[in-house]
Design a protein around this ligand. Structure first.
Ligand SMILES: NC(=O)c1ccc[n+]([C@@H]2O[C@H](COP(=O)([O-])OP(=O)(O)OC[C@H]3O[C@@H](n4cnc5c(N)ncnc54)[C@H](OP(=O)(O)O)[C@@H]3O)[C@@H](O)[C@H]2O)c1
Length: 239
C-alpha cells in the first residue's frame, strides 16, 4: 500500500522542517513546500537520512494557481493526500498602527490566512477521499490577544480559529479533521522578524521546533475517529 502522504507548507525551516522529519519517522511520505528550494532540499536530505520518502515542491502559497499545480503533481505522484501541515507564515517588524504599511498588512493576511484556505481548498477532494487530517499552525496570538504580535499578524492568526471550526463543522461528514495549533514562542528564524530580536539565552527558554513537531506527530497519529480541535503549547516561561 502507498504510504500516507503529508503535504507540509513552510517545510524548509523551523516547525515545518522538524515536523517533516518526525512524520517521516512515523511512516508518512512527506511533500515539502516553501519558496526557498535550497532549504527544502536540505530538509529532504535529513528526511532521506532517516530512511523517509520525500518530495520537494517549491511553492509560494499565496499563488493559488501554483498551489493547484502542486496539488496536481502530488496526486500524479502519490495518488493521495492524507494530511496537511500548514506552517508557512509571515510577520513584519513594522507591525503597529504607527508604522505598518498596507503592503505588509496584505502580505501577512495573504500568507497566514488566505493561503491556508487556498491550500485546504485545493486539497479538499483528496482529503475527503482519505479522511484526512489538517494541522493549521496558528499562534498563541491566535488563541489569546498578544499586544506585541502586531495588527495584521494577530488578525491573521485569530481568523484561523474560525477557519478550522468551519472546516470541522462542515467536513466532519467526510471524515476530515482539523486542528488549530497555537504555539507560544518557538526558537526559529521567525523571531528575526520581531522589532527586538531575542538573544540566544532567550531562545533557549523557548519551545524548540522539535517540541512542536512531536505534538503535530501526536495529532497526525490519532485514530481516524479522534479530532483534536485546538491545542495550545507554550514554554513554561511564556507570559
Ligand atoms: N516561532 C514562533 O515563535 C512562532 C510562534 C507561534 C506561531 N508561529 C507560526 O509558526 C509557523 C512556522 O514558523 P516557524 O516559527 O517555524 O518559522 P520559520 O522557520 O520562519 O518558518 C516559516 C516558513 O514559512 C515559509 N513561507 C513564508 N512565506 C511563504 C510563502 N509565501 N509561500 C510558501 N512558504 C512561505 C518560509 O519559507 P520560505 O521563506 O522559503 O518561503 C518558512 O519556511 C508560522 O506560521 C508562524 O506564524 C511561530
Amino acid at each position: 500500500m502507498t504510504a500516507k502522504v503529508l503535504w507540509i507548507t513552510g517545510g524548509g525551516s523551523g516547525m515545518g522542517a522538524a515536523t517533516a522529519v518526525a512524520a517521516a519517522r512515523d511512516g508518512w511520505a512527506v511533500v515539502l513546500s516553501g519558496r526557498r528550494a535550497d532549504r527544502l532540499e536540505q530538509v529532504a536530505a535529513a528526511v532521506r537520512a532517516e530512511g523517509g520518502t520525500v518530495t520537494v515542491e517549491p511553492l509560494d502559497v499565496t499563488d493559488a494557481a501554483a498551489v493547484a499545480d502542486t496539488r496536481d503533481r502530488v496526486l500524479d505522484q502519490y495518488g493521495r493526500i492524507d494530511g496537511l501541515v500548514l506552517a508557512a507564515g509571515l510577520n513584519t517588524p513594522a507591525r503597529r498602527w504607527a508604522d505598518q504599511s498596507l503592503a505588509d498588512v496584505r502580505a501577512v493576511l495573504d500568507t497566514n490566512t488566505t493561503a491556508v484556505v487556498t491550500v485546504v481548498d485545493a486539497a479538499l477532494p483528496a482529503l475527503r477521499a482519505s479522511g484526512g487530517v489538517v494541522v493549521v499552525v496558528s499562534s498563541y496570538a491566535g488563541w489569546s490577544f498578544q499586544p506585541g504580535a502586531g495588527v495584521a499578524y494577530s488578525a491573521s492568526k485569530t481568523a484561523l480559529g474560525s477557519i478550522v471550526r468551519t472546516l470541522n463543522q462542515q467536513e466532519a461528514e467526510h471524515g476530515v479533521r482539523a486542528t488549530h495549533l497555537c504555539p507560544g514562542d518557538v526558537a526559529t528564524d521567525f523571531l528575526d522578524q520581531r522589532p527586538e530580536v531575542p538573544d540566544a539565552a532567550a531562545r533557549r527558554r523557548m519551545l524548540q521546533p522539535e517540541d512542536v513537531a512531536g505534538t503535530v506527530a501526536f495529532v497526525l497519529g490519532a485514530p481516524a475517529h479522534v479530532r483534536v480541535d485546538e491545542l495550545v503549547l507554550s514554554p513554561v516561561a511564556q507570559r
